[in-house]
Design a protein around this ligand. Sequence first.
Ligand code: SF4
Ligand code: SF4
Length: 381
Amino acid sequence: MKWRNKGHEFDNIGEILKKIDNIYIYGAGKYGEQLGRLFQGVGASYTYIDRNQKKAWNGKAPIQPTEINLKKILDENAIIILALGVNNSGTVLKELELQGFSRKENIYFYAEWISYYIYIYAAYKLDKIILPQCGAMAVYNCTLRCKNCMGAFPYFREKKNVPWEIVKRDIDACFFKIDYVENWGIGCGECFLYENLNDYIIYCMDNYRTHFGRLVLDTNGTVIPKGDVLETIRRYGCYLSISNYSTIPGWQKRVEELERKLKEYEIPYLFVNYDYWIDMGWREKKIHDKALTYEKFNACSVPCRIVQNGHLNYCIHAMTANQALFHEDVEEDTLDLMRCDKRHLLEFNLGFNENGALKTCAHCNGFGNINSKKISVAEQL
Ligand code: SF4
Ligand code: SF4
């Protein structure tokens, strides 16, 4: 969306959310935990409601649904967010509505908070900015050459990792204005090819640990990190996410070696498996007309923000694909973190910008469900 009233796009809903004094999260399971971690990250208080009286992840016992006091909740300007599965949501919503609660007045669903309202609430009520995912761009090198790489890394003519001093400045720039990032990572092709990965982890963990939920390192599983890096990952409790490239000859053997090392250092890891990839369309070098470009951007739910040279980029894939293939001046599509206002940051993160889309969206098929161009996993050049 194109900015029309920059800095005030969410004033209406912001004023409504600002009046909330107490938040109850109904359901202390997986969804409730995700929401609770974000609220905790920005210093908001909340209470769990759950039949299961086992302590929630934050160490506090939830209150029983039978103890909900309608009058108290209405008097204290509170809301209830239903953080439940689809079937349970309906059942609980019915019970609460029959007791006098009402949708949009004091009952909300998890999905609308986790993907939308929480950002506005944090900005208007707490003056805090949350991002779902972000990192500082550091690594352009990769061990593989995937034909349909989302970041178009194999198509760079020349690839150099970013010098540590610049990356460090970008980490500082990011946390200068952004208060909390749910998943903090590193902008990369293959993260274990970064010569300063150790510095990156230590610097973020020592200086900004309370500013992100967890530090996640994404790897393609082909590089066995050195002992000092493994030790740092273990010491700081970082997460490792290994993408499954088992279609590549030799990958399985390599990843088994990596798993042995991770077990030796007691580092938790998980595999991310894909039945198929989506083709971003970079290689076609097509140009959508304006209407389709806006449509792509407005429907795109890409969560992957990235900081480079003190600027926040909305989409890491757009940034690196442009650097590799299109070479357009996209500074206008970014936000200068040292100069921007916090409300501009909120709006930028929720899809507002100067031109209504990123220039690179004109070449892109889109991210997630809006892209139906399925392709085989990790075909190599
Ligand atoms: S998809 Fe991943 S592994 Fe493949 S080239 Fe791109 S960054 Fe490297
Ligand atoms: S449409 Fe493509 S380039 Fe634009 S934001 Fe989405 S993924 Fe990025």
